[in-house]
Design a protein around this ligand. Structure first.
Ligand code: TMP
Length: 202
């Protein structure tokens, strides 16, 4: 079983993912939590390049291919082996983030991105995707409040960019209601968690 958690900046993805992981492990399930970009040693390097290496002035297509390279490595080295071992894999972001951020927000055509994402992920699709919905100004306020260091390269984008990301996620969720569960990110972490476990696939 492959479960992903998606959302804009400061939505509370990581909190939810950690709580879902603890819940599954406490109920005797074998689970693995991981994230994108990141999740492998190479992926953590790619994450640093994308989010923190301002000196390269990444072109948006370069940025796209770095996310896809991260994913290809992550799927083959970590996600697929864990799924083959019968583990429940919980992943913080996956293909939907690429469609939302590099698609609608950066302006690359969605149909091309979908094909590239399928290729990079070896046709792997999550069984369940939780999208935590939050107003971008509120999410960015939370990031600024909780973070000691400066905002990263993508967090620094305009409100207009982050609003497009949110709209893209909502459209993806609307088109695939069997896979997506939309959670209201204005609720408390407990409420978000309880709404999510009610929708864990059986
Ligand atoms: P986060 O893991 O802390 O949310 O940060 C990851 C950032 O990378 C976030 O701004 C979303 C962005 N991102 C993309 O733009 N495309 C992608 O495919 C992925 C996985 C993340």
């Amino acid at each position: 079983m492959f479960i992903t958690v998606e959302g804009g900046e400061g939505a509370g993805k990581t909190t939810l993912l950690n709580r879902l992981y603890d819940h599954l492990v406490a109920s005797g399930k074998q689970a693995l939590k991981t994230r994108e970009p990141g999740g492998t040693p190479l992926g953590e390097e790619i994450r640093r390049l994308i989010l923190h290496a301002h000196e390269f002035q990444l072109e948006s297509r370069t940025e796209l291919f770095l996310f896809l390279a991260d994913r290809a490595q992550h799927v083959e080295k970590i996600i697929k082996p864990a799924l083959n071992d019968g583990k429940i894999v919980l992943c913080d972001r996956f293909n939907d983030s690429t469609i939302a951020y590099q698609g609608l927000a950066r302006g690359h055509p969605t149909d091309k991105l979908k094909a590239l994402c399928q290729f990079a992920s070896g046709d792997l699709t999550p069984n369940r995707t939780f999208f935590i919905d939050i107003d971008p100004p509120e999410g960015l306020r939370r990031v600024a409040e909780n973070r000691g260091d400066a905002l990263d390269r993508i967090e620094q984008e305009t409100i207009n960019f982050h609003t497009k990301v949110r709209e893209a996620f909502l459209t993806l969720a609307e088109r695939d209601p069997g896979r997506f569960v939309v959670l209201n990110g204005n609720q408390t972490p407990d409420e978000v968690f309880n709404a999510a476990i009610a929708k864990l696939p059986g």
